[in-house]
Ligand binder design. Structure first.
Ligand code: PAF
Length: 289
């Protein structure tokens, strides 16, 4: 018996491969790195069967974005997914074509992320989170998992997915998984592959800015000062900031600028910015001491 997971390219192949056991799903767009593998390890500890989906979802890319140049390497991804603690016999990689996911063309009816989809990532990338939620809900229906694992790195996506699952009574548990970082602090991302050797130290500005914001909040700085300092560090590093968000972890609503947060309260500090042509995001929890 082979120890490789089943590769399903169609809905019919996926259906055949699903077993009647508690399942955990990890949804990806491929170009897998250690961050994805930590999601798969967590899935392995939750589900008797693990399904990894690999699909570069056109709905979540704007026309000028990197859909065409988004890295694709199915053979490499399959190799990376197989091994101790990862996928084996009885697990599934679902890697459908666009026409398999959207057999009637782009969907007419879509999921709307509402207020969460209008701010920050949603403001910079209008419609992006609607496209994400639409494919995530479809993949939830197709894979029928008990657990769906999402990285904290895409925190606004995680908040939107968790809210969709609550609001639309999707019968599964969303499991958040911590961000994986390189030794120098850079959050792992498929887009890091676009960075040149000169751009990489600049990209470290994101994690440094977050650390500065975290320290400021722990030292008692208010929301306005945390935002300002975070932006200052980003700019000083050479990152061209898209936004600095200090938001409620459940709603993604802004922490009010002028009220002092209570001791022990937690917010998400999220940043996005450009390093050359590459757009990077990162975030951390900040806690007021
Ligand atoms: O985070 C991603 O890679 C994508 O947004 C997802 C969740 C796989 C949906 O296409």
């Amino acid at each position: 018996m082979t120890s490789a997971p089943t590769l399903a390219r169609t809905r019919a192949e996926l259906d055949l491969a699903l077993r009647p056991v508690p399942r955990a799903v990890v949804m990806t767009m491929g170009a897998l790195h250690d961050g994805h593998l930590s999601l798969v390890r967590e899935a392995r500890s939750r589900g008797e069967q693990v399904v990894v989906t690999i699909f570069v979802n056109p709905l979540q890319f704007a026309p000028a974005e990197d859909l065409d140049r988004y890295p694709r390497d199915l053979a490499g991804d399959l190799e990376r997914l197989t091994g101790p603690g990862l996928l084996g016999a009885g697990d599934v990689v679902f890697a459908p074509e666009r026409s398999e996911v959207y057999p009637d063309g782009d969907p007419v009816v879509r999921v709307a992320a509402g207020a969460i989809g209008d701010v920050y990532e949603g403001a910079v990338r209008p419609g992006h989170l609607d496209g994400v939620l639409t494919v995530v809900l479809k993949l939830m229906h197709l894979t029928r998992p008990a657990f769906a694992l999402f990285g904290r790195k895409d925190v606004q996506q995680l908040v939107a997915v968790a809210r969709m699952v609550r609001d639309l009574d999707v019968d599964l548990t969303v499991v958040p998984v911590p961000t994986v970082r390189d030794a120098d602090g850079l959050a792992l991302s498929s887009r890091n592959a676009y960075l040149t050797a000169e751009q990489r130290p600049v990209a470290l500005g994101l994690s440094r800015a977050l650390a500065a914001g975290e320290r400021a909040a722990a030292g008692g700085a208010g929301p306005a000062a945390v935002r300002a300092l975070t932006r200052e560090v980003l700019v000083a590093a050479g990152v061209d900031p898209d936004y600095v968000a200090l938001v409620d972890p459940e709603t993604f609503g802004d922490v009010p600028e002028d009220t002092a947060p209570q001791t022990g309260s937690v917010a998400v500090l999220a940043v996005a910015g450009r390093v050359g042509d590459t757009r990077l995001i990162d975030n951390t929890d900040v806690r007021w001491a």
